[in-house]
Design a binder for this molecule. Structure first.
Ligand code: ADE
Length: 255
C-alpha cells in the first residue's frame, strides 16, 4: 500500500480519559463508527489525525488496528496509554517508549519457540525508530516542563519530579498483572522487559502485517504488584490523561 505523506497519523489510546483530553483539543473532530468503534478524524497541532480508542486486550486492539488501517489509510500509528512497571527502576510516573514489543502470553511450544508468533518467525516487533525517537524527545520535553502539564499537588502526590524516561522492551498479554508473584515470573522469563500492558504488541503485529510504521509510549501507572489495582485507578485520571495528551501533542509538532 502506498501512503500519501499528507495522510493522517493515527493516535490510538488505551483509555477513554486520554482520548477525552486529546479530543478536547480537536474542535473539528468528527466521529465515524465502524465495527462499534468511533474513529475521530480531525486536526491536532495542525496535523491531520485519526484518534480511536483501542479497547482493552489484544484481540480488541488488533481489531481496532485492522479497521483503522483498512479504512483510514493512515501513514503511521502512535499508541499511547499506561502500563505496569516491571524492570527495577521503572517507577510510577516514569515514561517508557517501546524499542520493541512482545506478547508475553504467546506460547505455541513445542511447535514454535516460546513467545514466537506462529508463521511470522517473529518474537519481537520493532517500533519505527524515527517515530520512537520523536516520542522520546517529546516525553523528555514534557518531563522537563512538568508544571505546565500537572498541578503542583498532583506532581507531589506521585513524586513526578523524579519521573524518568526509559526505552526498550514492552510486553503485552491478556492479563492485568496485579500480583508481585506474577510480575516476578515475567521478570524471570523476560529479564529485559521494562513494562507490561495489554495491547501494544498486538497493534505492533497488525502494523507490521500492513507495513505501516508504529510506535508506542506508556506512562507507568503501577508496579504490576499487589497494589497495582489501587495505584492504577489513582493514577489514570489525575496524571496519565493530561500527561499522555501532552506527549502526543508535542510529538506531532516534531514530525
Ligand atoms: N496497564 C497498566 N497497568 C497494568 C498492569 N499491571 N498489567 C497489565 N496492564 C496494565
Amino acid at each position: 500500500m502506498s501512503v500519501r505523506s499528507d495522510a493522517p497519523l493515527a493516535i490510538v489510546g488505551a483509555m477513554q480519559e486520554e482520548l477525552a483530553a486529546l479530543l478536547a483539543a480537536m474542535p473539528d473532530a468528527r466521529p465515524e463508527t465502524l465495527a462499534g468503534r468511533q474513529f475521530w478524524r480531525g486536526h491536532l497541532e495542525g496535523r491531520p489525525v485519526v484518534v480511536v480508542l483501542s479497547r482493552i486486550g489484544k484481540v480488541a486492539a488488533a481489531t481496532t488496528a485492522t479497521v483503522l488501517l483498512a479504512h483510514h489509510g493512515v501513514r503511521a500509528v502512535l499508541f499511547t496509554g499506561v502500563a505496569g512497571g516491571l524492570a527495577e527502576g521503572v517507577a510510577v510516573g516514569d515514561v517508557v517508549v517501546a524499542r520493541d514489543l512482545l506478547q508475553h502470553d504467546m506460547d505455541a511450544s513445542p511447535l514454535f519457540p516460546r513467545h514466537e508468533v506462529p508463521l511470522t518467525g517473529m518474537t519481537r516487533f520493532p517500533a519505527d525508530a524515527a517515530l520512537a525517537n520523536a516520542l522520546a524527545a517529546a516525553a523528555q520535553d514534557v518531563l522537563a516542563e512538568l508544571p505546565a502539564h500537572l498541578p503542583a499537588d498532583v506532581q507531589a502526590e506521585f513524586a513526578m519530579t523524579k519521573a524518568r524516561l526509559h526505552r526498550g522492551l514492552i510486553v503485552s498479554g491478556d492479563r492485568f498483572v496485579a500480583t508481585a508473584a506474577e510480575s516476578a515470573r515475567l521478570r524471570a522469563d523476560l529479564p529485559d522487559a521494562l513494562a507490561v500492558e495489554m495491547e501494544g504488541a498486538a497493534v505492533a503485529q497488525v502494523c507490521h502485517d500492513w507495513g505501516v510504521p508504529f510506535a508506542a509510549v506508556r506512562t507507568i501507572s503501577d508496579r504490576a504488584d499487589d497494589a497495582a489495582h489501587a495505584d492504577f485507578g489513582r493514577f489514570v485520571g489525575r496524571v496519565a490523561s493530561p500527561f499522555s495528551a501532552a506527549i502526543v501533542r508535542r510529538t506531532l509538532t516534531r514530525l
